[in-house]
Design a binder for this molecule. Structure first.
Ligand SMILES: Nc1nc2c(ncn2[C@@H]2O[C@H](COP(=O)(O)OP(=O)(O)OP(=O)(O)O)[C@@H](O)[C@H]2O)c(=O)[nH]1
Ligand SMILES: [Mg+2]
Length: 317
């Protein structure tokens, strides 16, 4: 499949192998990536994008597997992007089989992909977003993006997902401070996973107290749900809440959120294009080399050099 249009057609038909290949192309940031996304983009905008975030090891992947299974039972197609996972998917019975069958299976209903932050030329936020676009164009009804978040995260899930589920577990100790700072504001739904542990009630109360202090919007009251991802307990309730939130998003609020998501992606793309363009020009004219020598000689610092050259170059255009 060398022809980009053929690849696009295959992705649009829901072909999983083509979808995997398309994601590899955008991960490698090859010259074909932009073309690929531009051809697929008109076919996006149909999926519901769910962000699952929370500290490392709280059970996010286990939960995602259970959610995916439930969604499949309801006849929904599910795409999963796990961003820089510290632990791999445990591949419980259901999805494990799916993964092993991925190349053979005629069921195109589940697609799982892990993406790593390391050696990622274009930035992880961009590749994650583009992977989501590809899964969206491939016809996935629901796309779940799993990211590790401990208050701040490399991928700002809020720039990607329409519904954000923050997963916590009992006994987080010191991490609760970081969580308080970052995650509390972004969650639409809070999950206390590992509810089989005895201190889970305390964790739920803690979250309840923190939520009471300040909430990001008044129209949607963030829900707290206890789950045992290992057994699947509470996952039906969680899915119900996610669907409720999706319904809530319809209308004005949804437009605002969508605008914000597109605005971020667009401004990031503009920054990238300007940088690419300017650096290219400076290289061609030899000005970059000159500046490198000046910085090396400690005549100027890099930031001042950048400011000087950017201002000069922009005036010229
Ligand atoms: N006791 C208990 N353990 C659980 C539960 N859910 C998951 N675990 C275990 O917690 C560990 C971490 O689970 P993962 O699903 O990999 O957690 P994660 O949040 O995806 O981890 P990272 O992606 O590395 O951040 C595994 O050993 C799971 O078996 C639960 O409900 N109860
Ligand atoms: Mg995980």
């Amino acid at each position: 499949m060398t022809n980009i249009q053929q690849l696009v057609n295959a992705v649009l038909s829901g072909d999983r192998r083509a979808t995997a290949k398309a994601i590899t192309i955008i991960e490698n940031d090859s010259s074909r990536a932009q073309k690929l996304v531009s051809l697929l983009y008109p076919h996006t905008g149909n999926a519901h994008i769910i962000g699952i975030t929370g500290p490392s090891g709280v059970g996010k992947s286990t939960l995602v597997e259970k959610l995916a299974k439930k969604l499949r039972q309801k006849g929904k197609t599910v795409g999963v992007v796990a961003v820089d996972p510290t632990s791999p998917f445990s591949c419980g019975a259901f999805l494990g089989d799916r993964i092993r069958m991925q190349d053979l299976s005629t069921d195109q209903g589940v697609f799982i992909r892990s993406m790593a932050t390391r050696n990622n030329p274009g930035g992880l936020a961009r590749t994650t977003k583009e992977a989501v676009h590809i899964l969206d164009a491939a016809g996935m009804d629901i796309i779940i993006v799993e990211t590790v978040g401990a208050g701040q995260s490399e991928v700002d899930i809020i720039q990607i997902a329409q519904t954000i589920v923050v997963v916590l577990a009992p006994g987080l100790g010191d991490e609760i401070q970081a969580i308080k700072a970052g995650l509390m504001e972004i969650g639409d739904i809070f999950v206390i996973n590992k509810a089989d542990r005895e201190d889970s009630n305390k964790a739920a109360t803690d979250v309840q107290t923190m939520l009471g202090i300040g909430s990001k919007n008044f129209q949607w009251k963030p829900a707290i749900i206890k789950t045992i991802a290992m057994t699947g307990e509470g996952t039906a309730e969680l899915l119900g809440k996610i669907e409720e939130h999706k319904g809530h998003l319809k209308g004005e609020l949804d437009d605002l959120r969508q605008r914000k998501i597109v605005e971020t992606e667009l401004t990031e793309a503009i920054k990238r294009k300007i940088a690419e363009y300017l650096i290219n020009e400076l290289r061609k004219s030899g000005q970059l080399d000159e500046l490198i020598s000046e910085v090396l000689a400690r005549k100027i610092d890099p930031l001042t050099a950048a400011e000087k050259i950017v201002t000069k170059q922009l005036k010229k255009n």
